[in-house]
Write a protein that binds this ligand. Structure first.
Ligand SMILES: Nc1nc2c(c(=O)[nH]1)N[C@H]1C(S)=C(S)[C@@H](COP(=O)(O)OP(=O)(O)OC[C@H]3O[C@@H](n4cnc5c(=O)[nH]c(N)nc54)[C@H](O)[C@@H]3O)O[C@H]1N2
Ligand SMILES: Nc1nc2c(c(=O)[nH]1)N[C@H]1C(S)=C(S)[C@@H](COP(=O)(O)OP(=O)(O)OC[C@H]3O[C@@H](n4cnc5c(=O)[nH]c(N)nc54)[C@H](O)[C@@H]3O)O[C@H]1N2
Ligand SMILES: [Mo]
Length: 764
């Protein structure tokens, strides 16, 4: 067996300041308002905070960088069209704390490496471009021109453009994303991995195969006119809090809700609306009518069982399935039916950790509903069989004809605020021929055809020396990716790492031989070009494209907008691209004009994006047009497999606490789950705690063991918790070193961050 991997995050000293309390049963309410205000005043003068918050999600305001949940089409609250975690996202970005050249002067890279992600992020906004020379101990200030010269020198010196990798995180605007892919493809590669590869890639693959579009099919208004909402593998109370307002409205209009989750998440139980008088009085709306506390990654068994009930009742009494829809719009019904019937319901249910009666009751609610919305997020996308799980969900909706009509449909709830838009703009390592053909026509060029690396392939390519330069448009690659030790070995091998960033993070201190940090304006910052205020645009989780207008003066004159950084990088690197890069910085309308020419659905972009609320992109499945190979919505035959667990092993999911945005740690509390002051924790079933002879708050090491490689993280505190036996939860990114690089979802290659086999080791 290979030796242990020294890949832990630095160990905080405060480990034993932890406080536990009862897990909450109601989300939001007054505590959410209090927290919003607290996070803002910790970071900036209150006037600046109010200015940012008051414009958040308003028609001509800032699009919240918090998540991709859509804004209401019709009505916006004139105050507070945002949530607690939106306020935290604003506090984080609009902070007046500065990471200046003096900061880097007084803290060496080696010292910063000993800071936790939380401490790094809290240092403030990066104000100047910084350069770390080969062998250097400190980042030094550098001019923008010199920074671009260094990038160009490295990119031009590669033997082959495929030796460079260009990552994107999901906050990048449509305008910046379009320019970025244009630059990268003009340079000569499709190496455009993005955070989607670790996020909803499985949804994109599953949906493209079955309904011909890699996006969801619902609009927000569908929530207000539906019979049943199923929310599986998603924690909206923390990660999409504004969804709770939509759920509340759905409930008032008579919809039922079924939650499918190993944890009893507060935001799926009850919602106390801080924007209503009742909420202020402490009254709340009960959300889930049924809570299926399923075992980790047993959803495929569960959904097969639900379908088996529907098929059984259809045979017994009829009137359960939508035969018209199945006949007119789908393909593969008989095969799917025969497959499901080959399993016994009892056997399927036995794998879920639920009782027969519970599953039957859920199936009954489904049978009775004509309009169903299915929502899911990372609890479904980050398993080996993620694509199949989602496709089984699609099967269920197809049986009920719950796609392509109002009040029903598929709703993969996206993460980053513009992750969906970035894909639409061509941030994709596997672009379609249709996309490239149209890009060729628009620019009268021939762009490269061979597919590039996704996130996992990129890490492997860098590790083996096939890729040598790494550029990131936002994000925090080292903390977001799996197998932290392996990935850090890879990154430190590169000739150059370039991070376009707003805040300091671990990817700045785990770097290539040379490294650049390029500070960019964020969503909240005013962006002026040619004396005119510019806006950018984004696409939300439901395919609405709309503007985002920053309204705060930036902290430093040395930050550049992402479009400007990309244009200047392109001009420094490309000798004869034949593209008029300068025009894009005269006015961003010029970028949008080229997007309109290159990408379908953006007709009259500049005009339509200026309308309040923006515009919807075309979505075939929403109107029963399926752009699949057979022009039908396709049923899928899936084969559920049990995760083989050995004696003493437990299954671990890595999840988000209430005080973080991905790798950005806002604070050390997870209020709804009743954990204060600590993130190095493992939630365990009390019986497992007892069987393993552990005690509450005992400090343990966590070990995973794949292919003879022992991976370990140290010093986690045990929290007995209401979670099914055999299942555990830790926070992302602290547990990422345990996720092996090669353990990825079939077809989507997404790291399996939600079902890792681990052992809990006592510290002796
Ligand atoms: N405040 C805040 N907002 C965010 C983010 C953030 O970090 N903070 N991140 C953004 C991003 S990029 C994304 S992708 C989304 C993520 O949003 P979520 O997907 O809600 O995020 P996770 O915390 O990963 O939660 C996964 C949920 O799935 C459940 N789960 C895990 N495994 C399984 C399983 O096998 N079956 C079932 N049924 N459930 C399971 C977990 O218990 C948890 O409730 O949120 C976005 N919004
Ligand atoms: N174990 C485990 N791993 C996971 C997950 C999990 O659930 N479990 N979730 C995965 C998911 S769903 C995702 S989406 C990824 C997230 O992966 P990433 O998107 O790479 O990570 P973030 O933490 O969102 O990136 C935060 C950094 O982005 C920069 N930033 C913020 N705003 C801007 C901006 O406007 N412009 C620029 N240029 N930079 C900006 C800041 O410097 C900040 O430090 O992580 C994945 N990793
Ligand atoms: Mo995500």
């Amino acid at each position: 067996m290979k030796e242990e991997t020294p890949s832990d995050q630095p160990m905080p000293e405060h480990l034993l300041d932890i406080e536990l309390s009862e897990a909450k049963k109601v989300a939001a309410g007054i505590p959410a308002v209090v927290q919003s205000v607290k996070h803002i005043i910790d970071e900036m003068p209150i006037r600046r905070g109010l200015k940012a918050l008051n414009s958040l999600n308003q028609f001509q305001g800032v699009d919240c960088p918090g998540c991709a949940w859509p804004d209401p089409d019709d009505h916006r609250n004139s105050v507070a069209e945002y949530c607690e975690n939106g306020a935290k996202a604003i506090a984080e970005e609009a902070t007046t704390k500065k990471v200046s050249p003096e900061f880097f002067n007084s803290h060496s890279v080696a010292e910063l490496l000993s800071w936790t992600d939380y401490e790094l992020g809290k240092a403030g906004r990066i104000t100047h471009p910084m350069y770390l020379r080969e062998g250097g101990s400190h980042y030094e200030e550098i001019s923008w021109d010199n920074a671009f010269t260094i990038i160009a020198k490295h990119l031009k010196s590669l033997e082959n453009p495929n030796e460079a990798v260009f990552y994107t995180s999901g906050r990048t605007s449509n305008e910046a994303a379009f320019l970025y892919q244009l630059f990268v493809r003009s340079y000569g590669t499709n190496n455009l991995p993005d955070c989607s590869n670790m996020c909803h890639e499985s949804s994109g693959v599953a949906l493209t195969e079955t309904i011909g579009i890699g996006k969801g099919t619902v609009k927000l208004e569908d929530f207000y006119n539906t019979d049943l909402i199923i929310i599986a593998g998603q924690n909206p109370g923390t990660n999409h809090p504004r969804m709770l307002s939509a759920l509340k409205k759905a409930k008032i209009n008579g919809s039922k809700i079924i939650a499918v989750n190993p944890l009893k998440e507060a935001g799926l139980l009850n919602f106390s609306d801080p924007q209503s008088v009742k909420g202020w009085l402490g009254q709340s709306t009960h959300l889930s009518d049924q809570y299926l506390q399923v075992k980790i990654n047993a959803d495929l068994f569960l959904f097969k069982a639900l379908i088996a009930f529907l098929l059984k009742w259809e045979e017994e009494k009829g009137n359960i399935l939508n035969h018209n829809f199945i006949q007119n719009h789908t393909h593969g019904f008989e095969e799917m039916k025969q497959n499901v019937k080959s399993y016994s319901i009892e056997d399927l249910v036995a794998e879920t950790g639920l009782t027969y009666e519970e599953v039957e009751a859920a199936a009954y609610k489904i049978a009775q509903s004509e309009k169903i919305i299915l929502c899911w997020a990372m609890g479904w996308t980050q398993h080996v069989n993620a694509v199949e799980v989602i496709q089984e969900g699609v099967n269920l909706l197809l049986l009920k004809g719950s796609i392509g009509k109002p009040g029903a449909g598929l709703c993969p709830v996206r993460g980053h605020s513009n992750v969906q838009g970035d894909r639409t703009m061509g941030i994709f390592e596997k672009p379609t021929t249709a996309f490239l053909d149209r890009l060729d026509m628009t620019f009268n060029k021939k762009f490269p055809r061979n597919h590039g690396y996704d996130v996992v392939e990129a890490i492997q390519a860098i590790h083996t020396g096939k890729a040598k330069v790494f550029v990131a448009m936002g994000g925090n690659f080292i903390s977001a990716t799996p197998d932290t030790y392996y990935t850090s070995q890879a990154l430190t091998n590169t000739n150059l790492t370039v991070q376009v960033s707003t805040k300091l993070n671990r990817s700045h201190v785990i770097h290539g031989k040379e490294a650049l940090i390029l500070p960019s304006l964020g969503r909240t910052d005013i962006d002026i070009k040619n004396e005119a205020k510019q806006f950018v645009s984004v696409e939300d989780s439901m395919g609405v494209v709309h503007q985002s207008n920053g309204n705060l003066k930036s902290l430093s004159d040395f930050m550049l907008s992402e479009p400007e950084i990309i244009v200047r990088m392109a001009k420094a690197t490309l000798d004869n691209s034949g593209i008029d890069w300068d025009k894009y910085l005269i006015h961003y309308d010029n970028i949008r004009d080229d997007i309109e020419r290159a990408i379908p659905g953006f007709e009259n972009y500049n005009e339509r994006v200026r309308k309040n609320g923006g515009f919807y992109l075309p979505n075939g499945a929403r109107i029963n047009e399926y752009y699949t190979h057979n022009r039908k919505a396709n049923f899928t035959v899936t084969i559920p497999k049990k995760t083989e667990i050995e004696e003493g092993e437990l299954l671990m999911m890595t999840i988000r606490s209430h005080d973080q945005f991905n790798t950005t740690i806002y604070g050390l509390n997870d209020r709804y789950r009743g954990v204060q002051n600590e993130r190095r924790v493992i939630f365990m079933n009390p019986t497992d705690v007892r069987d393993l002879k552990l005690a509450e708050l005992e400090c343990v090491n966590l070990v995973s063991n794949y292919d003879g490689q022992r991976r370990i993280v140290h010093n986690f505190l045990v929290i007995p918790y209401d979670i099914p036996q055999g299942c555990t939860a830790t926070y992302f990114p602290e547990a990422n070193p345990l996720v092996p690089i090669h353990l990825t979802a079939k077809k989507s290659n997404t790291p399996v961050s939600k079902s890792i086999k681990i052992r809990v080791e006592k510290i002796v």
